[in-house]
Design a protein. Structure first.
Length: 52
């Protein structure tokens, strides 16, 4: 997860709730992360099509 944060593919936000004493962490995919996943899927489909 540290590597994803360093490469700015995700961001982590903390939300505080009145009923809970501890914060909740929300992991969000960034635009850069979305582009990376789309490219990864494209490469995976390409390699599967040629049986690699």
């Amino acid at each position: 997860m540290d590597e994803l944060l360093q490469k700015q593919l995700i961001i982590i936000n903390e939300e505080f709730h009145k009923k809970r004493k501890s914060p909740s962490k929300i992991i969000t995919l960034t635009e850069k992360g979305s582009v990376f996943l789309a490219e990864y899927r494209r490469m995976r489909e390409f390699t599967e099509a040629f049986g690699l």
